[in-house]
Ligand binder design. Structure first.
Ligand code: ZN
Ligand code: ZN
Length: 347
């Protein structure tokens, strides 16, 4: 199976956290957290359509400026999501610059900012042409766990406790369309951006009897198909891919429950492992997870793959220990029943 989402940590495990997820065959990406993103090439940053910010501690939000700098003067809509207080945080960032010439840009940038509360979201728009003055009062929208949804995928969140509200995220494809190479070859087709259109038609539940035009090669004329017949020949449907991201949380019972529910069965979980378990008192004080706790959560949630990050610099010389501790806890917890994992020992 060729995955549709390609997640990668933006920085090394001792640097600012953040996950960049690009989409196969699409000039598009989403990002979880906006810490230092100077490592990301501009062409990747410009693919971002949605930015999800767990909380606004500096190591998770300083990259907003870089994002804005690159998007400025472009015809783009950028959606941002963050915890309670997020509108003020964004407004504070925007208020830090002078925008007297901003209405002269040819291409209008627009920011849709969403502040997530337990039962609702406050949404507000800021446009470059208005010098980023908010467009009207915040509009309230219901929040039932889903932050954003389109036919192909959805992004869910839970509000976790880090002494302040902190969001955990999960992105899930509705189903996965595997393209069968042999089928393409038989029909004289080559892979390319047209496959996105083809998949979109399937996600939109287009009539299988409808016509589909495959513009597979700029040099050649497009080929015409009946959508359902084309799908039978080149596509195999499997369960959708799920990627989850958890950082900056204390290891409390309510957090554990919410995390396991959100990330359950993920193909890939990215989770912080700031301290070694021998320093768990420090972890508790600083509202972070130890590697063992991270591994335990990953195993309990039966995720298929786990990557740990956000290591404390105190372990600069002991990086393998953090990974080993997380792996051992993950492997032993995966073997246990979910029930035992949730209700068992606190560590
Ligand atoms: Zn952090
Ligand atoms: Zn934090």
């Amino acid at each position: 199976m060729r995955p549709g989402f390609h997640p990668r940590l933006i920085n090394g495990p001792f640097d600012d956290p953040g996950l960049f997820i690009s989409f196969l065959f699409q000039n598009r990406a989403v990002i979880f957290d906006l810490g230092d993103i100077t490592c990301l090439p501009a062409r990747d940053i410009l693919k971002i359509s949605h930015a999800f910010v767990s909380h606004t501690h500096m190591d998770h939000f300083i990259g907003f400026d870089r994002l804005l700098r690159l998007f400025l003067g472009r015809e783009k809509n950028l959606s941002l999501y963050g915890p309670p207080g997020f509108l003020k945080n964004v407004e504070g960032k925007l208020a830090g610059y002078t925008w007297n010439l901003a209405d002269k840009y040819n291409y209008p940038l627009s920011l849709q900012v969403h502040e997530v509360h337990p039962r609702y979201m406050l949404c507000r728009q800021y446009r470059c042409r208005d010098r980023f003055q908010p467009l009207g009062d915040p509009v309230e929208q219901p929040f039932t766990g889903i932050l954003y949804e389109e036919p192909a995928f959805r992004v869910s969140a839970v509000i976790l406790d880090h002494k302040i509200p902190c969001l955990g995220f999960s992105i899930k494809e509705r189903f996965h369309v595997n393209v069968i190479k042999a089928g393409l070859t038989t029909l004289g087709l080559t892979p390319g951006p047209w496959l996105t259109e083809f998949k979109q038609a399937l996600y939109n539940q287009a009539d299988p009897a409808s016509k589909f035009e495959a513009k597979f090669d700029r040099q050649k004329p497009p080929k015409h198909f009946i959508l359902g017949e084309l799908a039978d020949n080149i596509a195999r449907i499997t369960p959708g891919q799920k990627i989850s991201y958890i950082t900056d949380v204390m290891y409390s019972r309510p957090n554990r429950k919410r995390i396991v529910e959100l990330v359950k069965g993920s193909d890939h979980l990215f989770i912080e492992a700031v301290f070694l378990d021998q320093d768990r008192e420090m972890a508790e004080k600083k509202q972070h997870l130890t590697a063992r706790q991270a591994g335990h959560l990953a195993g309990t949630a039966q995720v298929k793959q786990v990557t740990v990050f956000h290591f404390s610099p105190r372990y600069m010389e002991e990086e393998p220990l953090l990974r080993q501790e997380a792996r051992a806890a993950y492997e032993s917890s995966s073997r246990q029943e979910v029930e035992t994992g949730l209700d068992g020992s606190d560590r």
